[in-house]
Structures are given as structure tokens and as C-alpha cells.
Design a protein around this ligand. Sequence first.
Ligand SMILES: Cc1cc2nc3c(=O)[nH]c(=O)nc-3n(C[C@H](O)[C@H](O)[C@H](O)COP(=O)(O)OP(=O)(O)OC[C@H]3O[C@@H](n4cnc5c(N)ncnc54)[C@H](O)[C@@H]3O)c2cc1C
Length: 582
Amino acid sequence: MQSGSTQTDVLIIGVGLAGTSLALSLPSSMNVTLLSSAPVPCGASPMALGGLAAVLSAQDSLEQHIEDTLEAGARHSDKNAVRGIVQAAPDAVHWLLERQVPLDRTEDGQLHLTREGGHSQRRIVHAADASGSAIMQALVPQLAQASHIQQRTDCLALALRRNEQGTVAGVDIYDKHTRRYETILADHVVLATGGLGSLYAHSTNPGSALGEGIALAWRAGAAIRDLEFVQFHPTCLHAEGPTFLLTEALRGEGGHLLDKQGRRFMPDYDARGELAPRDIVSRAIAAQMRHEGSNHVWLDVRHLGADTLQQHFPKALEEGLRRGLDLRKDWVPVAPAAHYSCGGIETDLSGRTTVAGLYAVGEVACTGLHGANRLASNSLLECVVMGRAAAEAIARSKRTQRSALVPETDVANTSSISSSCSYTNSKPNSSSSSSSQASVVPNWGLGLNSNSSSKPSPRPSLMTAAAANAVENITTTNNKGCHHGESNSYGNGSSSNHSPSTNNPPSLTSLRNLMQEHVGLLRNHQGLIQALHTLDHWRRQMSLLPPSLDQRTLSLQLDTAWLLTQAALDRPHSLGAHYRLD
Ligand SMILES: Cc1cc2nc3c(=O)[nH]c(=O)nc-3n(C[C@H](O)[C@H](O)[C@H](O)COP(=O)(O)OP(=O)(O)OC[C@H]3O[C@@H](n4cnc5c(N)ncnc54)[C@H](O)[C@@H]3O)c2cc1C
């Protein structure tokens, strides 16, 4: 486990769409090193389904895209960032086309534009319902063809290193192939490490989305912003195996959400029923689950008809069947899962953080575009626009003055356990909900109306025997602690027998359960304080352990979770994706 050191002009940590767009936009005169924690393609980018938003039709306008983004973001976005990024969207699409990304077209050769929740116009370019995969499949081979780009997979970034001028000028990594620790010196360091959804027990994100980039930047002194806004996707298939998103279009086409008695419960929460915005549906499901003491609710799409399901939702149908659930005949178990981090490392519109030499792009960054809640398909857009903008800024900037790195201090000590951190949180907004239209007083987990207390009916009668069996198995397996069963709580701060406590030793599993329980969809002061105390305790415990790979990565994850929890505590009122029960 010897250490060595290498040198590069630009070091990009993360090979999702943001890191890739950046690398491909840098001049070939610069040496570029790309690191990823897993073999490429990896991260959330290849998993993206819907597409990328851009104003491309005559019926649409820049102002409408801006307004939709601001509205979705609960008016918490940075208006300059929204305008700047949305304005650059058509160019970003042309860049993808120049790079041979196969976006869907109409019969007359125009780009096919689809529409998603929150968009007032058709403006989503896509490649069927697997857009991220098509984009990455087109771009990744181009990285290999560029002789100035060196790719290193299975390498973990563990610490940012600064030089005597305080500029970030190197990164400590661990290479899983060589099993060696190394320091890579770089004139420019870019964090493109993606989101943090996998800090939660229930998440749509890939395993790499552990928020480590945020902790790396914070430890180096960078400002972190809006971390409390974690968007949850309402309807993820609650079954064993990788999380699968059941597209919102299933509800858009008339799918119903049912409680365990088979009763539609959404109208109890919002007059728009299943068509309410994503955050409202997620919270209603969480409240319903809490009320029922269950770890999922049911989605019923049988009435859409076999033909419609076959024709418009083949992927959902196929995935259900693979897991013993037939959408044409069965209710399917669904639950919300952590999906997108709206906040992150604060940057300007060139991807510069508040620390010299350090850039951040993609989901790990916070430009201010998403505000308190992301508008669908604005994230892939941000990856491309900001990747290209950061490349331009790096190409124009001066070389870092090469000087000795400051010796690495004990990693655990650098993240002092105190509440004084460079955390940027804009003023708490007094608005109590992101939706101004909710017309029924929501009852988030505080006891529903009288109907809901009726006796449980034998629910599986509406399912095929095979599916009922499959679900029974899933429930049994889950109770043993598999993938989805680590916790059946959706974050309400209430005490639970399974609630993680300081008695549990720190581990990724206990961290995920803690975040799910207390820093999830529904939050309150008591739960957040409990989470913060536990995180403080765990961080202290970690700091006493001898440094090892596991100790270092878990310490980073704990730091990010701690920052998120602190941010949620600092915002006493609900706003967008951040919902306070108290
Ligand atoms: C299921 C799903 C569907 C989605 N659908 C859409 C959609 O339709 N439209 C849309 O706009 N957005 C969508 N999103 C969101 C969007 O996909 C992501 O926000 C975006 O892909 C993030 O890209 P990124 O480049 O920032 O990070 P990622 O693509 O997540 O890449 C992160 C990279 O960082 C590396 N990494 C992480 N930590 C470390 C470390 N410590 N050391 C070294 N490397 C590290 C990983 O290996 C990976 O290479 C979806 C997300 C999911 C999960």
C-alpha cells in the first residue's frame, strides 16, 4: 500500500454526464484525468429515463421555461442561474446532436418533444424511455478516442489537498486495481461525483451516490448550499432487486393509488388526487404508510387496459413481470424513494466553487437552478450546460502556481464536530408549502379521516395468486433487512422500535436507516435533533478509529449526512422538497 504521485492539468472526479461533457469540451492541449469509483458508464446518468429540457418549438419560449423552473423550485431558485442555464439549453442539445447522440425524431425529421410534470410546453428531448443510457453510450466511447484524456476507473477520491496558497491542487485517491493510495497533483480539480440519494435506505440512485463529493469540498472549505432539499420520487416499485421507477405517466394516464383496503387515498390529501405534484404525492404516500404501519401502498393501473399498458408502458410491464407482478392484473406495491439532491457545493455559472482551484458540476453542485425542488429533466440539462461552461472557464484560466501541498492533516480532525461550517443557507422562507393550490388540508401522517380507520380487508384478493406469493416473499425477505426492507419508516421523526440510535455502531446501513427515519420526506425538530446527536456521536467514534479505506469513506458519508441534517434543522418552515411536520 505504498503511495505515489502523478500530475495532470485537469482532474475530473466522476464520469457521469457532467464530468463527461466537461472532459469532451476541454481543449486537446490540456492533459485530462478522469476518475470514477466504478467501471464506466456509471453513476445516475445512464439510469435517466425521461430526457433533457430545452426550448425548441415555436410554441414555447425561454420565459415559459424559466417560469416553470421557478414555480417548481418554490421560488427559491437563483433567477440569474435559471436564466443562464435555460438560455444555454438549445445549444446543449445541438452539442449532443453533434456528438451523435441519437435523440428521437418525428416522421418529418424534427426532434420529438415530450412533456413532463411541471412543464407548460412540450420541451423534453429524449431517446425513447432510456435517454440517459443512449446519451452515455454515445459519449463514453469518445472519451476513449481522445488521446489527451486518461481514464482511471475504480478509484475513490478520499481527500482534496491544498497548496501553500490555499488553492486546491491535488487529490488523495485509493486505486482498487493496484490497491494503492496515491496523490494526483492537478492545476484544476473538478468534482462531478453526482448525488447523495444512496445515503437513504430507499433510493432510486446508484450505489455511488453517497454525497462524498460534498464532504470533500466542505472539508476543503467550500460553501455548501440548499442541502435540505432532497427530492423523493413517489412511485418506486417496492420489490426485491434494484429500485425501479414507475413513471409518473402511469398516474398521468389515470392510475390510482390505493390503501390496503383498496380505497383511493390521494383525494384525502389533495383535490388533484394522483395528479398532484410529485412532492405532494410522495408525502401523501409516506403519511399513508405511516398511518397503516406498512412499507408501501398500492398502484392500480388495471383499468388502463392491457393494450394501453402494452403499447405505452412496455418497460414497466416487463419489469413487473420479471418480479412476479402483472400490471394488467395486479395492484403493484409502490413507495417513495430519495431521488435527487437539489442542493450541493455552491458554484457560479462557470462551475467555480468558493475555493480557488476547485470546480463542481452536475448533481453534486448547487448553481441555484433547482431552488427547493427540481423541475423534471432540468438535471441532465444542467450537467451538459455546466460541464461545457466549466470547461470554457478552465481553458481560459491561468495555471495554478505550482507549490508544495500542505501536509495532509488527519482527515477526521479536518471535519471538526461543531456547528460552525461554511454552510450557505438562504433566509428561511415563511411559505409553508411548495404548492399554492392544495385544496384539501393535507393530513401528513397525523391521522386521516374516518374512512381510513376501517378494518383491513383481505387485500390479496385483487391479485393473482402468483403475484400475492411474490409480494409475500418480498415482505418476508424485506423484514430480514434486504434492499428495501431496512426500514419501513418514511421519515417522520416519530420514535420507532427500529429507529437507529447511538447504540448502533456507525455503518452505511445504520446511516441509511437513520436518514430515512429522521431526515426523510417528513421531518420534525425532535427527529432532526436526534439524528444530529447520533451523527455527532458516530463522527466522533469514527475519528478515533485508525484510518482505513472504510473509515475514510464512511467518515465522508457521515459528514454529508450531518450537513444535510443541520441544513434541515436550520430551516424551520416547509419549503419545496423540505417538509417540516412541526
Ligand atoms: C432513475 C433515475 C432517473 C432519472 N431520470 C432523469 C431524467 O429523465 N432527466 C433528468 O434531467 N434527470 C434525471 N435523473 C437525474 C440525473 O440522472 C442525474 O441528476 C444526473 O445524471 C447526475 O449526473 P452527474 O454527472 O452529476 O453524476 P452521475 O451520473 O451520478 O456520476 C457520478 C460519478 O461520480 C463518481 N463518484 C462518486 N463518488 C466518487 C468518489 N468518492 N470518488 C471517485 N468517483 C466518485 C461515480 O463513479 C460516477 O462516475 C434521474 C436519476 C435517476 C436515478
